[in-house]
Write a protein that binds this ligand. Structure first.
Ligand SMILES: [Zn+2]
Length: 352
C-alpha cells in the first residue's frame, strides 16, 4: 500500500509537477491553440516519457493528462467519439509509470484531473449542467481506472470550482481544488480570491490554493493570505514566467527582452513566452518562500520543466534521482575552482 496524499502532506509535503500541456506542445506532440491532449492516444510513449522525467525530477504525483480532455474540447476538433478512450489511455499511462520506480522508492501518487471548461456561464444554467456532466463522466472513468485523489484546477469561476468539488466528492477521494484568477485579481463571477478558497475548504476540499496563469511574484501574495485564512493544506503551483503587478497573468505579458519577431497573433501567450521564463533560482526562491510558510503542496504549472521540479523537491528536503545531476560549477571549465582546471582558461572566465 502506498502512502496516501493527506498523510504525505503531513509528513513530507507533496511535490506535484504540472504543465503537461505546454511541455507536450514544446516537444512537438500537441497543437498550440487547440491544446487538446491527443498525445495519450497518438504518442503514448511521449507522454510516458514526460511522466518519467517529472517523476525522476522529484514529483510525487503523476497527474493523468486529461487537462482539456473533456467533451467540449473534443467536440471542437470533431473527435468526441474518442473522449472516453483518450481519458482512459491517459489514466492508464499515469498508473503504469507510477509503479515503475526503483525498489526502495514509493510508487507515485496518481491524480485524476478535471479543470476549467471554458463554457461555464454564470448566467446560464444549461451551460452549468453541461459542465457538471463533463466533470461527472471524467471522474467516473478516473475512479474506474484507479486514482489516488483528484485535482480540480485552473478555475476562474468560483461556482465552477464548487461544482468540480461536488462532483469529486461523490468519488470519496481526496480533492485538491486550485483556482486561477485572471488579471482583475478576482474570480470572473466576482468572488474574492481568498473567500473562494475559504468557501472551498468549508465545503470540504482537502487542499485549496492556486495554480497556473500567474508567476511566483503575482501568486505568492495571495497564497500567503490563503495560508492565513484556511486551516487545511494549501497548494501553490505558479507558472515559471515573470508576471508583474501590471501584467499579473501570462495572457497579456509583454516581451520586454528585445524581441525582434513578435508572434503573428500579437501576444506572447502562449507560443512566444520563452524570453520571459523564470530561471531555476527564481523557482527555488518561490519554493523556499512557500515551504517556509507551511505551504506543503508545491509544484509548477504551464511552462514547467523537470529542472524546476527538482528545485522544488530539493527545497523540500528531498533527494530525487535527478539530484545525481544537480549543478556542480566547481568543475566548470571556466568558472570552476578545482585545482586540475588549467589556470589560463579559468583566469579568462570573466572576459569570455
Ligand atoms: Zn497551467
Amino acid at each position: 500500500m502506498k502512502t496516501g496524499l493527506m498523510r504525505r502532506l503531513d509528513q513530507t509535503g507533496v511535490v506535484c509537477a504540472e504543465g503537461y500541456l505546454f511541455e507536450m506542445e514544446r516537444r512537438g506532440y500537441l497543437t498550440a491553440g487547440e491544446f487538446v491532449p491527443e498525445v495519450a492516444l497518438e504518442n503514448p510513449e511521449a507522454l510516458k516519457s514526460l511522466h518519467k522525467d517529472f517523476q525522476h525530477a522529484g514529483s510525487d504525483v503523476l497527474v493523468a493528462f486529461t487537462y482539456n480532455g473533456h467533451r467540449e474540447k473534443m467536440r471542437i476538433i470533431g473527435k468526441e467519439d474518442l473522449l472516453e478512450s483518450l481519458n482512459r489511455a491517459a489514466l492508464q499511462i499515469a498508473n503504469e509509470v507510477a509503479v515503475d520506480v526503483p525498489e526502495d522508492y514509493e510508487p507515485s501518487l496518481v491524480a485524476g484531473n478535471i479543470s476549467n471548461s471554458n463554457i461555464w456561464n454564470p448566467n446560464d444554467s444549461r451551460s452549468q449542467m453541461e459542465v457538471r456532466k463533463m466533470f461527472s463522466e471524467m471522474v467516473e472513468w478516473a475512479v474506474d481506472e484507479g486514482v489516488d485523489y483528484f485535482i480540480g484546477e485552473t478555475f476562474y469561476f468560483a461556482e465552477e470550482a464548487f461544482t468540480a468539488l461536488e462532483v469529486i466528492q461523490k468519488s470519496k477521494k481526496p480533492a485538491v481544488i486550485t483556482i486561477a484568477p485572471m488579471g482583475e485579481n478576482v474570480l470572473r463571477d466576482q468572488w474574492d480570491i481568498i473567500d473562494t478558497c475559504k468557501e472551498l475548504e468549508q465545503r470540504g476540499a482537502d487542499v485549496v490554493g492556486m495554480n497556473c496563469f500567474r508567476g511566483p511574484s503575482t501568486m505568492m501574495p495571495y497564497i500567503t493570505k490563503i495560508r492565513e485564512s484556511v486551516s487545511g493544506h494549501v497548494a501553490a503551483l505558479p507558472i515559471p514566467y515573470r508576471t508583474t503587478d501590471r501584467q499579473p497573468t501570462f495572457f497579456n505579458l509583454d516581451d520586454t527582452c528585445g524581441c525582434t519577431v513578435p508572434s503573428p497573433h500579437g501576444r506572447t501567450f502562449p507560443t512566444a513566452l520563452d524570453p520571459l521564463y523564470c530561471n531555476r533560482y527564481e523557482i527555488k526562491k518561490f519554493a523556499e518562500d512557500a515551504w517556509s510558510n507551511n505551504i506543503r503542496y508545491l509544484g509548477v504549472c504551464c511552462g514547467a520543466a523537470p529542472i524546476h521540479i527538482r528545485e522544488v523537491a530539493e527545497v523540500m528536503g528531498r533527494t530525487p534521482l535527478a539530484s545525481r545531476y544537480s549543478e556542480n560549477m566547481q568543475n566548470h571549465f571556466m568558472y570552476g575552482t578545482d585545482k586540475s582546471l588549467p589556470a589560463h582558461i579559468t583566469s579568462y572566465g570573466d572576459q569570455a
